[in-house]
Design a protein around this ligand. Sequence first.
Ligand code: OOG
Ligand code: MG
Length: 259
Amino acid sequence: MSIDHAHWAQYLLDGVDGRTEVQAITKQVDELTLDDAYAIQAALLELQLGRGDRIFGPKLGLTSAAKQEQMGVDEPVYGWVLESSVLADGQAPLAELIHPRVEPELVFVIGEDLAGPGITADDVLDATASIVGGIEIIDSRYEAFSFTLPDVIADNTSAARVVIGSEGIGPREADLTTLGCVFEVDGQVTGTATGAALLGDPAACVAMLADHLGRHGQKIEAGWTVLAGAATDARPLAPGTKAVARYSHLGPVTVTGRG
Ligand code: OOG
Ligand code: MG
């Protein structure tokens, strides 16, 4: 039976709008291919852009062993961050979210278009204006934050909110593979990693994203901001919880759960 992409996109958007968990799609259909999953994700993005939202940039997810092991999914995924999801003040509105978690992100601010296929890590550094730190607030729309690979792709890779640091560096000012991150939640270190935790090289992850978009007739556009994926596992964000990502070379980023 063929999959109704528009139907499942609306199903997931209802979960976002209603702040309610929904049952995984793969529990309700015989087969959900990765192509179907990305088609649902694209339909969901169209619904959100149709409401006047705009693309802040694409994201990678599940690019580290820490994340793949936490979620039980062993392949990277690609999704979209919307402008409306960027938090200027680091205050995460918990009343608008289901069961949010926080995770540190390496962020590429893109200066020139990157059109795949055939993009290399060097091409990514050439096209990058700056590297900054970030924290992503992910919020799977699925029950118990549990999903298979095609489910999480359809659900726009759990994207919910993001906080972007302000102090960055040029893309070749530091070796991104040894750039360090210490992630702290309420003063406790919950994870540490270097950039190499992201499939060996964060810039290579962004190259994979460019190739993925190229296969869909899209490119990474100048002016977009790209999340390369979390290098440590994600932690629950409760009222009053304060998460801090401290980076070597980059300014720190803080998120507080509000509400
Ligand atoms: C999927 C999103 C993963 C990352 O940085 O690995 C992600 C999830 O874990 O819910 O954004
Ligand atoms: Mg992430």
